[in-house]
Design a protein around this ligand. Structure first.
Ligand code: HEC
Length: 264
């Protein structure tokens, strides 16, 4: 198993977010378009009954989209007794039609779709392949930005996530405690960076890997600068107004140690 530590404590933030859920406006109705998948679910593995699924927090490990270009996306889900699933799909759209005020909020919290089941009612469906592995299909045309409201996406986000049970994160949620700097960095990375830079910082088309020589050669001050101010004329956002000083220290510590903490 690969080291899943990086996803640690995302949940604490998400718990805080859900505590404010009453402030959100009602979820918009997704556009109903049937997904067409480039890479269909592997048929060589039979599905298992959801009731055998490990209870706890599950995180995405990869996403195969049915379109060539799509906004950054991530998903987590919680499996309860009896295989009951709830979770949140977060999308980070960045089209010129979206007002700046909404873009800032999207950068901070994502544009989200909360789901309470996997019956495909709201554009999310899923299949378990083992007690710790599942695939989630999504086909979502709209999402909700906290403190802003509903956003209709330029094109629906359609594709398939591989998701797996995360023991460390589940333990963190069950037994919260003070974070070390690197754990704080992992939480920040999972919440704010992984949608573009990948779950392990391995990069994606259009976004560099953080495991490269170039990144290793940055001084702490240079790393702080690029994360704080972003890169002008690229999609790398400025995080100066989003992250606290402790967050910066943590995320820099994480990037410094990314080869061991998030082995690519
Ligand atoms: C919306 C997508 C997106 C998000 C979110 C994002 N990045 Fe980036 N990041 C990029 C892109 C694209 C670049 C390359 C910019 C360029 O071409 O110079 C980049 C560059 C970087 C670099 C410099 C890498 C190099 O080789 O020059 C670092 C370090 C970095 N990002 C860290 C982070 C951290 C830490 C976070 C989360 C707090 C984050 N990024 C969130 C898209 C993103």
């Amino acid at each position: 198993m690969r080291n899943r530590l990086m996803l640690t404590l995302l949940a604490l933030t998400l718990l805080a977010v859900s505590a404010c859920a009453t402030l959100e406006t009602a979820a918009p109705t997704p556009i109903g378009i049937q997904p067409t998948f480039i890479r269909p679910t592997p048929t060589d593995r039979p599905a298992v009954d959801p009731s055998v699924a490990q209870v706890g927090r599950w995180q995405w490990t990869s996403f195969s989209a049915s379109a060539e270009s799509y906004p950054p996306v991530q998903v987590y889900m919680d499996v309860a007794d009896g295989g009951v699933v709830s979770g949140r799909l977060s999308i980070y759209p960045n089209s010129p039609e979206i007002p700046q005020s909404a873009l800032t909020l999207i950068q901070q919290n994502g544009c989200n779709l909360d789901f309470e089941s996997l019956d495909d009612a709201d554009g999310v469906s899923g299949v378990f392949y083992s007690p710790t592995e599942a695939r989630l299909r999504v086909n979502v045309g709209a999402c909700t930005v906290k403190f802003y409201g509903g956003i209709t996406l330029e094109a629906p986000v359609a594709g398939e996530f591989a998701v797996s049970y995360d023991e460390e994160l589940t333990q963190m949620i069950l037994h919260p405690r003070e974070l070390t700097p690197i754990e704080r960095g992992q939480r920040i990375f999972s919440q704010y960076c992984s949608a573009c830079h990948g779950s392990y910082g391995e990069g994606m088309p259009g976004t560099p890997s953080l495991h490269e020589e170039q990144v290793r050669n940055f001084t702490d001050a240079e790393l702080d600068e690029v994360i704080r101010n972003g890169r002008i004329n690229t999609v790398m956002p400025a995080w100066g107004n989003v992250l606290s000083p402790e967050d910066f220290a943590g995320v820099i510590e994480l990037v410094r140690n990314i080869d061991t903490v998030l082995p690519d």
